[in-house]
Ligand binder design. Sequence first.
Ligand SMILES: [Zn+2]
Length: 285
Amino acid sequence: MIIPVRRFAATCALSALGVALAACGAPGTPQAARPGQPASASAAPSRPPTLAPGPAGLTPVFTNGPRTPDKTVALTFDADMTADEGPRAADGEHFDNPRLIATLRAFKVPATVFMTGRWADEYPEEAKDIGQDPLFEIANHSYSHYAFTDNCYGLPTVPEDRMRADVEQAYTAFKKAGVRNAMPYFRFPGGCYDQKALRTLSSVGVTAVQWDVVSGDAFATDADAVARQVLQGVKPGSVVVMHCTRSAAPTTEEALRTIVPELRKQGYRFVKVSELIGTAAHPDH
Ligand SMILES: [Zn+2]
């Protein structure tokens, strides 16, 4: 989400294990046939969990998982890059954050990265690297990081007749980079949406993913303050929004070094968004 005044960064997200492993498996990996199930069906890749459409078929919106004693939390990282920021990247500004990804790997923390298509075009090798690692899943944060409503923190606006194409263009960019774990989840730039945007995207088949914990990492200069804000906000089932963009969120990696061990000490298990959505969609499983 990242939104403070004038400069915008992107957002990415994190999620959990089970479901995503199936979704991230090598294409065509055979699965054991179940009794009564035709072999051809058993070989079909399983679909990542999504929420059922809202009233009148509107795109469903997910904010957090169940507040159950099973203490799960999803760290999500927005990979923001606005369509017109290419010249800044060419001038040496870093919209990526490889060290952050390395730290998540070192801590073995599953995560969901909400990536813009523009970011994948700028950093195809990194997109592919994240997009082929079963520890992570990539979700859609639009192609251009333009807002889907008016008056969204000063972001330029995507016209209604371009909204669907913008989301699809991001998936195309992921595919071109070699991403294998793209999920049918979409985070609105700036978190801004309205009924019109939800209606317009209803045919895309995505679940919109918001959050219940703002890390405050955008343009933060104090990693401890970011860590404190996250630790104070997290509840079972929480979705935390952070960023994997060095220039716009320079303290995030350092904050994680406090957040991860502390939440684990409190009994939390890190999961990807897909696991939280799977639990919310099928509470009996
Ligand atoms: Zn963003």
